[in-house]
Design a protein around this ligand. Structure first.
Ligand SMILES: [Fe+2]
Ligand SMILES: [Fe+2]
Length: 135
């Protein structure tokens, strides 16, 4: 069963950013499934690498749009992005060096917290500033 189910609650109202979030949701669910099944632990490192690359590109897109539209809390928001990437890099390196169910469980926890706390709270703050169709 999927860990995360996309609902309108997660919509930030900007098409390109919602599309990024949906892809990221899906990658996190793949990691969770691989972790829970325990049959394909090595796949987690590969999916995590794809996820980190997508997250970096997504954060750049968000920051570019926030800057373009004069979002006032850009620095604090970008700081959260840096922290998420740092956390994911550390977990990725730990996982690649010594793949284990404990680390992949931790990875799923960090990723779930990112969606619940960052997307639902921090990302929602730029909603009034960025028009829906901007990319
Ligand atoms: Fe986001
Ligand atoms: Fe963000």
């Amino acid at each position: 069963m999927a860990l995360l189910i996309w609902t309108n609650e997660f919509r930030v109202g900007v098409d390109s950013l919602d599309a990024d979030h949906i892809v990221i949701f899906s990658l996190i669910n793949h990691i969770d499934e691989a972790h829970l099944s325990g049959t394909d632990e090595r796949a987690i490192g590969r999916i995590l690498k794809v996820l980190i690359d997508r997250a970096v590109a997504h954060f750049q897109r968000e920051e570019m749009l926030m800057k373009r539209h004069g979002f006032p809390d850009l620095e604090a928001h970008a700081g959260e992005h840096r922290k998420i990437i740092e956390d994911l890099q550390i977990l990725y390196e730990a996982y690649v060096n010594a793949p284990s169910a404990a680390i992949s469980g931790e990875i799923v926890k960090v990723l779930s917290a990112w969606l619940e706390e960052h997307v639902l709270e921090t990302d929602m703050c730029y909603r009034p500033y960025i028009p829906g169709e901007d990319t």
